[in-house]
Design a protein. Structure first.
Length: 408
């Protein structure tokens, strides 16, 4: 009887062995992507992080971070591939920030890859009054990939690039000189302490996160199985918008919730597109791209924002205080090179008009006795200049019975 049981169980045992071998080979391949020897799989601290879900992270937290970031993880992977950086460095971003573009450290590092401002600027990130591209998921990844490639070229190993990313290239260079070796097991010596404890745990944390993230069997048995499919899907699209465009208007015209636009564009410091002459690119969910192309139409800033007419004694500072807007922002929106103002000068003030932008068809008004362009303009909350523009009027003369377009 026993031999029959063994006979039937043998295929199951063999299959289990093959699965284990397959997983083991994947784990070895993952370590090789970091230039780490396979023996590192038996590092006790690494396995403590990986298997016991200790204070470093918990699997529920891990998968939730992956789930929250699903929209831009495929784009991050594409950037890493384009820059020749191993895909597994995706988990360096997780170790740094849990994929949160909001992440901000006590040392003032920001974004997914936790760049300091000076380092971010060195690698091409724009950080000014309107944007902090350390929080841009794509541009910050491009900068991080350049930085990691530079560190790899300098130190020759990907695990050394990861360690240098954490403790600094000068600190790592000194550690290698003191150790007389750049081998991982030497640098991680707990007694010699060639590199700081944080860095000794940092490289292990990245590897542990990567091992969990690449464990398909575990994902298939969890509620986060959908992450395996999302990783290969198109996720976000880049669209170009004109200077000063309102995020709320884009939302209304395209059907994209404002919260979704803000979540993908946390690098914007205001709820409008920066007033750069060339405009600026924003991210939207890819599934909304066709709807955006069909419905989005630019609009003059004078129709989106309040317009202030300069009066005698006005200064930019006083105008800014009146509307709660920084005077420098008003200067940028109006392309002013200095603070000199002219009487009756029209200034765009970036305070949104309270109106809906969903109107599809033009609105017309039939002129009655006693009407003037000014009274019609006030009634429909548009400017006289726009009424003239809509109706191709060269002057302010109107007649009873005229049909005027008051909204396009």
């Amino acid at each position: 009887m026993r031999k029959y049981i063994i006979f039937f169980l043998f295929p199951v045992i063999l299959l289990g062995s093959l699965v284990n071998n397959s997983n083991h080979n994947k784990e070895i391949s993952l370590l090789e992507s970091f230039d780490i020897n396979a023996a590192f799989l038996y590092d006790p601290i690494l396995n403590d992080m990986r298997n016991k879900n200790n204070q470093i992270y918990k699997q529920e937290h891990f998968f939730k971070a992956m789930d929250d970031a699903y929209l831009f993880i495929p784009a991050i992977k594409n950037v890493l591939v384009e820059q020749g950086v191993p895909l597994e460095f995706l988990y360096l971003a997780m170790a740094e920030s849990n994929f949160s573009s909001r992440a901000y450290s006590k040392k003032r590092a920001a974004g997914l890859w936790q760049f300091m401002e000076a380092t971010g600027k060195v690698f091409g990130l724009k950080i000014d009054q309107y944007v902090d591209e350390r929080r841009d998921p794509i541009k910050s990844t491009q900068a991080a990939a350049k930085f990691l490639s530079y560190l790899h070229d300098k130190f020759g190993k990907w695990y050394l690039a990861a360690i240098a990313y954490n403790c600094g290239e000068g600190r790592l260079s000194r550690a290698i000189r003191e150790a007389g070796s750049n081998e991982l097991e030497v640098l991680l010596d707990e007694k010699k302490k060639y590199i700081p404890k944080e860095s000794r745990y940092y490289i292990r944390k990245i590897v542990a996160l990567a091992l969990v993230g690449n464990d398909e069997d575990h994902m298939l048995s969890s509620e986060y199985e959908h992450l395996l499919n999302r990783a290969s899907a198109y996720s976000i699209a880049t669209v170009s918008l004109p200077s000063g465009e309102l995020l709320s208007r884009v939302s209304e015209l395209t059907g994209i919730p404002t919260s979704d636009i803000k979540a993908l564009n946390r690098h914007l410091r205001y709820d409008f597109v920066p007033p750069y002459g060339e405009g600026y690119s924003l991210y939207i969910p890819y599934i909304k791209l066709a709807e955006f192309k069909q419905n989005y139409k630019p609009e003059p800033m004078a129709r989106m924002y309040k317009v202030h007419t300069v009066r005698n004694g006005d200064t930019l500072s006083e105008i800014g205080k009146k509307y709660g807007v920084g005077y420098k922002v008003i200067m940028d929106f109006n392309k002013l090179h200095n603070s000199m103002l002219r009487l009756n000068q029209k200034l765009i003030v970036p305070v949104a008009r309270t109106r809906s932008y969903k109107r599809e068809d033009p609105v017309y008004y039939l002129v009655r006795k006693g009407d003037t362009l000014l009274s019609i303009a006030k009634n429909y909350k548009v400017s006289v200049e726009n009424l003239k523009l809509y109706n191709k009027l060269s002057n302010s003369i109107i007649r009873v019975g005229d049909k005027l377009k008051v909204h396009e």
